[in-house]
Design a protein around this ligand. Structure first.
Ligand code: AMP
Length: 434
């Protein structure tokens, strides 16, 4: 085996053939975010480790097993962000965003890092889009946030996905419930997986996520948090459901839904797709009314979600992506033609929004035409003549017809070629519209 370096385990390169679809997804998401009044925020790729240790929770798998943490030259413990919400809650407090009119609605897109066991759909560097709305505990905000992700998934062509929702209630009921669940799990400890048994005290709720057959069987009979939440939290949840109904968003109430992060309170939700394999989660989130305070900011309710870009792209059919290398114009040169003039033409075309390239590999005219066709160019401009006195031929690669322009001068050649190309392209568009 060669010892040439490879992308680190669990990471991947986004090659040009894949990037068009991803870019279009981000464009769709951005449009939907802006329509719902969300503004973009970018937090650093790394944070002080405490942001996640405190925010996401020491008992979670993310913090206990999966973080890329390191000590910098100044002896500070830093961590590559494993998720977006805790950092945004940190930024909200740090910038006094509670003084802004509530709710403050923010969206983000970028890479996240978790040292998980890589498998299909699970990476160590992955990309998320996400939305957070802070400063209001109105159930309409929960419903709006869920409806937003639902819309993005639909526009990305993700079909047959499921939305499960539940409520985790608030801290006092959750604490009491946690004790009740621990008791139940201890009574059944012989039937549980080793992993679940070891985490009974630390994080009993995670038992609901287990794929272990014995544990699944035990959990069917386990007490459900949704049955123990307060009347106020129940009313909040019912209102979220009523608003989802009003918005036409389909869902299932799933009392066994738990999320892998500690900061959630009240509403939680998850979108899954059966087009994905074992890693079926497309996106998920919930309400986190104590998080900003936990990170030193003022008491602030909030709700949001994150969705995996790789998973949406895999589960979806994003239409309208420009194929990489799709070219409007290839500028070819006859032997001895003025390269600077051809260069100026390509650059002028790019400036006016036309995808154009100039020959750069020293090919013969025949070779250039072959390359133009390989690159999928719709038209080729063949520049001829000499400095100051040009002629040009515009060749339509589709039908093969060609028309000539002659007697072009240094003053008018750009204008005349572009005018002729534009007429040609407009005629083709009109024809294809008929
Ligand atoms: P979470 O932040 O764990 O709630 O994850 C939200 C979404 O991010 C999931 O539904 C996935 O779509 C995506 N995601 C989380 N972890 C990974 C990973 N390791 N690789 C790829 N996508 C991920």
């Amino acid at each position: 085996m060669s010892d040439s370096p490879q992308a680190p385990r669990g990471t991947y390169d986004v090659l040009p053939v894949q990037s068009a679809e991803r870019s279009l997804l981000i464009e769709i998401a951005e449009e939907e975010f802006e329509l719902a009044g969300y503004a973009r925020i970018d937090t650093p790729i790394f944070e002080e480790t405490t942001v996640f240790a405190r925010g996401v929770g020491e008992s979670t798998e993310i913090v206990s097993k999966e973080m890329y943490s390191f000590t910098d030259q100044g002896d500070r413990s830093l961590t590559l962000r494993p998720e977006g919400t805790a950092a945004i809650a940190r930024a909200y407090g740090e910038h006094g965003m509670h003084k802004l009119p509530a709710p403050v609605k923010l969206w983000y897109y970028g890479p996240f890092f978790r040292q998980e066991a890589p498998q299909a759909g699970r990476y160590r560097q992955f990309f998320q889009i996400g939305a957070e709305a802070l400063g209001s505990d109105d159930p309409a905000l929960d419903a709006e946030s869920i409806a937003l992700l639902d819309r993005i998934l639909r526009r990305a062509g993700v079909e047959g996905y499921r939305l499960r929702v539940s409520s985790l209630g608030s801290a006092p009921e959750r604490r009491a419930y946690s004790e009740q669940l621990k008791g139940y799990l201890r009574d059944h400890d012989a039937e549980l997986s080793d992993e679940v048994r070891e985490r009974i005290e630390l994080n009993p709720l995670r038992a609901f996520d287990s794929k272990h057959p014995g544990t699944i069987e035990v959990m069917k009979g386990a007490p459900k948090l949704l049955d123990t939440i307060s009347a106020g939290d129940r009313a909040h949840f019912d209102e979220v459901l009523a608003l989802l109904d009003a918005a036409g968003v389909g869902y299932e109430v799933d009392p066994s839904l738990v999320r892998g992060l500690d900061y959630y309170t009240r509403t939680v939700f998850e979108f899954t797709s059966d087009r994905l394999g074992a890693q079926s989660g497309v996106g998920g989130g919930g309400r986190y009314d104590g998080l900003v305070e936990m990170l030193g900011g003022p008491a602030t309710p909030g709700v949001g979600w994150a969705a995996g870009v790789e998973r949406i792209v895999q589960a979806g059919e994003i239409e309208g992506a420009r194929t990489p290398g799709e070219l409007d114009v290839f500028v070819a040169l006859e032997t001895g033609a003025d390269r600077a003039a051809a260069f100026a033409l390509a650059s002028k075309l790019q400036e006016s929004g036309v995808a154009a390239v100039i020959e750069l590999a020293g090919r013969s005219l025949k070779g250039q035409l072959k390359q133009a066709s390989r690159a999928g160019a719709l038209r080729v401009v063949i520049m001829g003549g000499e400095r100051g006195q040009y002629d040009a031929a515009i060749k339509n690669m589709d039908g093969g017809q060609q028309h000539e322009l002659s007697g072009l001068t240094a003053d008018d050649y750009l204008e005349r070629i572009i005018e002729s190309l534009t007429e040609d392209m407009e005629a083709a568009t009109a024809e294809s519209a008929q």
